[in-house]
Structure formats: C-alpha cells, structure tokens
Design a protein around this ligand. Structure first.
Ligand code: AMP
Length: 293
C-alpha cells in the first residue's frame, strides 16, 4: 500500500461541516460515498468515481442500526475501521466521516423518511423497515455533508433507485451517481457479507451471477418471463442455494414488475438468495430488446 498520510477522521457533524465549508470557500466541489465499512474494491471503486466527479471526497462509515431487522446481522456485521481508513487513504479519499449512533439518533428522535414505489417488493418485502432506515440515514448524511455528488453502487440496485427518488422528491441539490458492481473473477459480486461464506458456500455463490446472466440471454422480447425465471430458481436450488427469496424482472427506473422483457426500455433482473446464514443479492441490466434479434 502506498505511503500516504493517515486519513483525517471526523466523528462530529460540526467538524464535518467546517471542513466542507472550507473546501467550498476555496471553490472546491465535494463528493460523498456512504458505506457501512468492511471496505472492499467495490466501495473503493465508488471512491474513485467520486474523485473523478468532485475535487474532495468524503467517505462515511456508519453501520446504521435502523436498517437491520431484529433477526438480522447488525451485531455480527464486520467492523474494521483502521483497515478501512488505510484503504481509503491509499485510494485518495480526503476525509472519513464516522459518526456514532447516539449522535445520529439522539433521545427523542422521531422523524423517518419513507419512499413509496421503489421501496415496494423485492428487498422491501423481505426486510420490513429496511428502506425506511436507509432513506432516513441517507437523507441525514446528505444534509450533514451537503455534497455536490453522492455515489452509490448498482450492487444495491433497489437502494439506488430509492435514493434517487428521495433526492428528487425532497429537492436535495445533489447529483446521485450509480457505480457498476465490482465482481470477483468468477462473477460473485463483492460484498462485506461474503466474509460469512464457508468454503463450500463460496464455491456455490458464483451461481447467482451465472444464473442472472444466462436468464438475460434467455429472456426473449414478447414472451412471458415467468418460465425463464422459474428455470433460474430451479437451477439455483439445484446448485445448493438454500432459498431463493426472489428472482424478478423489473422496470430499470421505476422498479415496476414486468411480465415480459420490454422492447423499448431497459429492465433489470434482480435476485436475493440465502446460502447458509448469508443473504446474497445481485442484479444485472436487461437492455431494451429492440434490435436484440
Ligand atoms: P455497504 O457498505 O454495503 O452499505 O455499501 C456501501 C456502498 O457500496 C453502497 O452504495 C453499495 O451499493 C456499494 N457497493 C457494495 N458492494 C459493491 C460492489 N461489489 N460493487 C460496487 N459497489 C458496491
């Protein structure tokens, strides 16, 4: 790792705002990359994208308790702040903002942000309250950091669409940028939760992406998607996936359910699957089928 100066870390919102105000006074633009830490190359690719779009980049690290359900992995979620700070410094990030939960949700905290539409179905059904937790904390992070650009991964595609809608609906003056999913060489999408996989499960996990890409090829315009999706679920189950929570074709922007691959607009194929104690999510683009033969 290159010998850069240690990354400045602020935990206090006033200190964050002072730093951002100084940058702005110097005529510099600001990018924000929200994360929950345990950083991998997917997160760092978003930092690089932010560096290409803004003069100064803040990464935030906050494991947001309100987006975890009562039986989910909040307590077990990997925590590695010192390593994260070193990776961010080596990537050229300018500041790590790592607020604590007590300051984020002080006694009396009563406001939540609910994004209708995009939050429905998919992970919204499987993780009640999850997107409300995400939307509320992202709204707070945007209002605290007040960036020109905020970068989120397409890996969490439904989350990205929820955040785009949130910024538009609440008139938050920020450009929301989506970054492509970074994958292992066998196709598995990088995720902090991949650390939970046993060696046997790790060997099965790339099937999730394989089934997605093969299903896109098999989705013929004008034909019902259901048989292709059923075949994909069957293949995942046969490969050893414990449970396929969903494998669905949706409109790429509104996330409205689709029965047929559209000819004239992009769609998205999204999956959530359980492999042992790990929940894997992934998605791929389904380009407009016009001219696809
Ligand atoms: P997380 O720390 O899991 O909340 O993720 C923080 C940000 O990194 C989110 O915008 C994610 O969508 C994004 N992200 C997670 N995994 C990847 C990946 N493999 N490639 C690109 N972005 C990712």
């Amino acid at each position: 790792m290159t010998a850069r100066a240690p990354l400045p870390v602020v935990r206090d919102t006033d200190a964050l705002r002072r730093t951002v105000a100084d940058w702005r006074a110097a005529g510099l633009t600001v990018g924000l990359v929200p994360t929950m830490g345990a950083l991998h190359d997917g997160h760092l690719s978003l930092v690089r994208l932010a560096l290409a779009r803004a003069d100064r980049v803040v990464a935030s690290l906050f494991i947001n308790p309100t987006q975890f359900g009562p039986r989910e992995d909040f307590a077990a979620y990997p925590r590695a702040e010192a390593e994260d700070a070193a990776k961010l410094a080596a990537t050229g990030c300018h500041l790590l903002y790592a607020p604590d939960a007590a300051g984020m949700y002080p006694a009396g905290f009563s406001t939540t942000v609910t994004v209708e539409g995009a939050s429905r179905g998919l992970c919204g059904d499987r993780r009640p309250g999850h997107f409300q937790g995400v939307a509320t904390v992202v709204a707070k992070l945007l209002l605290r950091a007040w960036p020109d650009v905020a970068v989120f991964g397409e890996k969490d595609y439904q989350q990205l669409q929820v955040i785009r809608r949130l910024a538009r609906d609440l008139d938050i003056p920020v450009a929301i940028v989506g970054g492509p999913t970074v994958r292992e060489s066998d196709g598995l999408a990088l995720s902090s939760r991949n650390a939970y996989l046993t060696a046997d499960e790790r060997a099965i996990a790339p099937m999730v992406y394989r089934v997605l890409t093969e299903a896109v090829d098999a989705l013929a315009p004008g034909h019902l998607a259901a048989p292709v999706l059923a075949e994909g679920v069957a293949r995942l189950t046969a490969a050893g996936i414990s449970e396929v929570e969903y494998l669905e074709l949706r409109d790429a922007e509104t996330l409205a359910p689709l029965e047929v691959r559209p000819a004239d607009r992009p769609a998205r194929l999204l999956v959530a699957a359980r492999l042992g104690r790990t929940r894997l999510i992934d998605n791929v683009s389904v380009p407009a089928a016009a001219g696809a033969g």
